[in-house]
Design a protein around this ligand. Sequence first.
Ligand code: ADP
Ligand code: MG
Length: 253
Amino acid sequence: MAAHLSIRDLTCRFGGLTALDHVSFDVMPGTVMGLIGPNGAGKSTLLNCLCRIYQPSEGSIRFEDADLLQTRAHDLCRAGVGRTFQNLELFGEMTVRDNVLVGCDFRLGAGFWSDLVRGPKTRRAERQATELVERELEALRLAHCADSIVSTLSFGEQKRVELARALVAAPRLLLLDEPAAGANPSETEQLGRLIRHLRDARGLTILLIEHDMSLVMDVSDEIVVLNHGQKIAQGTPAEIGTNPDVIEAYLGE
Ligand code: ADP
Ligand code: MG
């Protein structure tokens, strides 16, 4: 089977600092790849290269048939890539529902002309968007707070709002940056079930950056370990858990 996401020799430098150093790995369709490593290892940088926020100095990223480095950041959603952020990127003073609705923007073809015309096609798209939003609010246990202002929610709930917003765009590749941060153990367990559900029931390919080892070990099909910008190991959770280089990297943190 061909890889869904293929990263080759990805290198990203900030001045004299090499945040990513020739990192290569493949993610197969419908699998969860865990991306772990001590603080400063380069995990968020890799995600930001994928999302076209940072420009890598070398390397390639292929997703499906596309060269992702030729895709502009605002076209990623249309290309089938969705993400959540390590630090939330929500509209704090808007409701949960409106924040999630933003994720449907590209489906609505929002813009000057469609606002002006608002023909039957736009209205149908709007109805579809509303249905999708309600479905994801249900799926992420946010229906009860759909009309709440986002900034009044707990951090864990806000993380779910971000995830809902990514999901309404129907991504085929989902990038999650520390989704369990700020979650309590029971929320983390629910998140694990949700990630498995997204993979098994919806067939999503997921790249998961996560600090919570029990979650990564629990849901990942495979794990890549970064340290100082380099890939130091790749394997199943069982292989990674007993890899001496990985244990040493974490002990030195
Ligand atoms: P992680 O997410 O694994 O904790 P990061 O990818 O955030 O690590 O950071 C990797 C390294 O790159 C760190 O040394 C960090 O300080 C540096 N870095 C990340 N982003 C920038 C940036 N925009 N400018 C300069 N240095 C950066
Ligand atoms: Mg990070």
